[in-house]
Ligand binder design. Structure first.
Ligand SMILES: [Fe+2]
Length: 149
């Protein structure tokens, strides 16, 4: 089993899609490892990746939302905050019990649920809005972040 990069998960905003592809890659590696009976060994790598990844990725999206005056900013950001909390809870569990089958399942669930529910719905909605702005203003607001705005 693997998570396909189905077209319906593409947002059409390249910078965000590229970051999402990284997430597909890491979850597929974990699922592959699980199929090989090596899920426990792979989970720490997945968690370390997520730790680093979400800071960069959520910042990209949140800046784009702020700069474009996106109306759903607060609720979208709340979903990011919830993911950060879920990841933090998972790390605490690992500290307490170590990595067992339970943790492997929870990690898989955390990421797959994120792909299906957040990327497919919330991110696609955001990116539709960014694309609309691009058609109106000729640019994605997010790409102007290094120009002093
Ligand atoms: Fe998002």
């Amino acid at each position: 089993m693997s998570v396909e990069r189905a077209e319906y998960l593409a947002t059409g905003v390249n910078e965000i899609d590229d970051q999402h592809k990284e997430l597909f890659r890491i979850i597929n590696e974990l699922l592959y490892a699980c199929n090989q009976g090596k899920g426990k060994e792979e989970v720490n790598k997945t968690i370390q990746f997520l730790d680093y990844y979400i800071i960069q990725h959520f910042e990209t999206e949140e800046k784009a939302m702020q700069k474009s005056g996106y109306q759903e900013y607060t609720s979208h950001r709340a979903q990011h905050a919830q993911f950060i909390k879920n990841l933090s809870d998972l790390k605490k569990e690992i500290e307490l019990e170590g990595v067992g089958v339970n943790i492997v399942i929870k990690t898989n669930h955390l990421v797959v649920d994120w792909l299906v529910n957040h990327i497919r719905k919330t991110d696609i909605q955001l990116c539709a809005n960014l694309k609309k702005r691009r058609s109106e203003h000729g640019t994605f607001m997010m790409l102007e972040q290094n120009q002093g705005g």
